[in-house]
Design a protein around this ligand. Structure first.
Ligand code: GDP
Ligand code: MG
Length: 579
């Protein structure tokens, strides 16, 4: 196919603005349903409203005035946690359709994906979707697009991905406004590896964008990153290749492949995906660990951005510490783990990667147990942006303030003089404050109107403390937390109450304490069971007694011993899952 007739593009949008619908419509209009998305995966994720179909969604042929074009649609995820994957997919594109819902207007991720596209030098085609909706306000949203992105309103396309209105103009704009890929077809081969997946039968499938030269089946290539050599066993439309690569970890995202025997300058790569949230994952039944680990390993093959490390806990036994791109990413993974592998799991409270500074070195710590008692240490912070109708501005500022946000700023996104003008609020906020239920609170306190985005903003010195919990004077490692000094009282009291509710009474009194340093912050006492429950069962009740002891034996097997305290594993599950 002549290079000049190829267009590589992606659709970028805030979640729910119609990306999938438009992609389907484009494929349908060009009569080439050739969808290569990852089936099973998608269903679970659609339920969670996350886009994770990655890589090439489809390619289509489009005829315009005697010339036929090959259009490659490279899909990108639509949620805030996956910005790294968005910019990765963009590396294979020359242009992007920026889709904005005409009834919702510009939202937080519309901005972040727009800037990501601009940074990568992509040509952006603004598209207003859902103009069929009675609530659509195309003129108003066009004014927003103009004031926020500096885009000329005359360049904005109006479409309905649902009814098909305006779709042919989109195809035309792709051909006319997006440049073909550049590169020297006669030059030395340079293939940019931007994504990979794992197929049980074919092994590692890599998605590559050919920057120069030609790649054919049977070619021998080498990685600039590892120097390893491979033979191409399979090539597909467009940009997917298989070779004798055994391990997913051999496919380095951002690597450059070249022909064996030739020398090329590697293309600028990517920063590796950064884990923002960590959590320990344990089986409810300790002896299920091998099965759990196997399941985790298999899932990680399909999701390269998850990091895995073994860890063990005195209370929970053997487990894994996993790193995720964000808390939604964590929820998705957890659900997949539970759904697909039918394993009951305990997930510890999420933590962010802290940097603990010792005299002679700095250590990144993601497990509270590994913390020194009291730390005055840098913690990761994020720059947050919230877009919301102005009547919710005060509420949103309060919410952020309660989560230790600083450096507030806001800006009106339109100046129509109408009610419900939209405002963008920005602030810096500790990452640890937004990895739990911040997003849910944001949604409920803005009646669902607020959209939210954040980006990494480095580290900031902070007064953090390690809180541990004692059961009968023995620490329970799996419950340790890192909290800000100002919140220690509230958090300590809350957890102690919760533990008091969940832990079964024992034959003796059990103090439950939250401790920071050497100080007890909160305490509850679990009173003793009055006497042996079998004591009253005599003579004719022998059978009942045996039955009772049987039951107890069964229950015992599922018990964890913390000092002299018997704790059902399910108690951990309760405590940790109802955070
Ligand atoms: P995505 O999250 O960006 O992939 O959005 P989807 O394509 O899943 O669309 C989100 C919702 O908007 C779905 O319920 C679609 O049916 C609906 N939708 C998409 N495009 C249009 C449109 O042009 N008009 C209307 N009325 N609804 C649309
Ligand atoms: Mg979708």
């Amino acid at each position: 196919f002549p290079c000049n007739n190829i267009r590589n593009f992606s659709i970028i949008a805030h979640i729910d603005h119609g990306k999938s619908t438009l992609a389907d419509r484009l494929l349908e209009m060009t009569g080439t349903i050739n969808v290569n998305s990852k089936g099973a995966n998608q269903q679970v994720l659609d339920k969670l409203k996350v886009e994770r179909e990655r890589g090439i969604t489809g390619n289509m042929f489009y005829q315009q005035e005697e010339r036929s074009y090959l259009l490659n649609l490279i899909d990108t995820p639509g949620h805030v946690d996956f910005s790294w994957e968005v910019s990765r997919s963009m590396a294979a594109c020359q242009g992007a359709l920026l889709l904005v819902d005409a009834s919702q207007g510009v939202q937080a991720q519309s901005l972040s994906v727009f800037y990501a596209a601009k940074e990568r030098g992509l040509r952006v085609i603004p598209v207003l979707n859902k103009i069929d909706l009675p609530a659509a306000q195309p003129e108003r949203v066009k004014a927003q697009i103009h004031s926020i992105f500096g885009i000329n309103p005359a360049d904005v396309l109006h479409i309905s991905a649902k009814t098909g209105e305006g779709i042919s103009a989109v195809l035309q704009a792709i051909v006319e406004r997006i440049p073909p890929p550049s590169g020297e077809i006669t030059g030395n081969l340079k293939a940019f590896l931007f994504d990979s997946s794992y197929d049980r039968y074919r092994g590692v499938i890599s998605l590559v964008s050919i920057q120069d030269g030609v790649l054919r089946k049977g070619d021998r290539v080498a990685s600039c990153h590892t120097r390893k050599k491979y033979e191409i066993t399979e090539l597909g439309q467009v940009g997917y290749m298989a070779c004798n690569m055994k391990q997913s970890s051999e496919a380095h995202i951002g690597d450059t492949l070249h022909r064996v025997g030739e020398v090329v300058e590697p293309l600028p790569g990517f920063q590796p995906a950064k884990a923002m949230v960590y959590a320990g994952i344990y089986p409810v039944q300790s002896n299920d660990f091998p099965k759990l680990e196997e399941s985790i390993k298999r899932l990680v093959l399909t999701d390269r951005s998850v990091t895995v490390q073994r860890e063990s806990s005195a209370a929970l036994g053997q487990g894994c510490r996993l790193g995720f791109l964000g808390s939604l990413h964590m929820d998705v993974f957890r659900q997949r783990l539970e759904d697909e592998y039918d394993t009951n799991i305990v997930v510890t409270a999420p933590t962010v990667p802290y940097r603990v500074v010792y005299k002679d070195r700095t250590v990144v710590v993601s497990n509270p147990t590994d913390f020194p008692d009291v730390v005055d240490t840098p913690e990761p912070i994020a720059k947050a942006s919230i877009i919301v109708p102005e009547e919710y501005l005060g509420e949103m500022m309060d919410l952020c303030f309660e989560h230790r946000a600083e450096d507030f700023d806001h800006r009106y996104l339109e100046s129509s003089g109408e009610v419900s003008n939209r405002v963008m609020l920005t602030c810096t906020i500790p990452l640890s404050e937004i990895v739990t239920d911040f997003f849910d609170k944001l949604k409920s306190r803005s009646s669902g109107f607020a959209s939210f985005d954040y980006e990494d903003a480095g580290y900031k010195q902070s007064n953090l403390v390690k809180m541990i919990f004692l059961l009968n004077n023995r620490p329970v490692d799996a419950l340790a937390l890192i909290v800000h000094r100002s919140a220690e009282q509230a958090i300590g009291r809350m957890w102690v109450k919760k533990l008091h509710k969940v832990i079964p009474r024992q034959l003796f009194e059990v103090p439950i304490q939250a401790v920071v340093g050497k100080k007890v912050i909160a305490r509850e006492t679990l009173s003793a069971l009055r006497a042996d429950v079998t004591a009253g069962l005599y003579g004719g009740h022998y059978e009942r007694k045996m039955k009772h002891l049987e039951n107890q034996k069964e229950a015992k097997r599922k018990m964890k011993r913390i000092g002299r305290v018997e704790l059902p594993q399910e108690a951990f599950f309760d405590i940790l899952s109802n955070r």
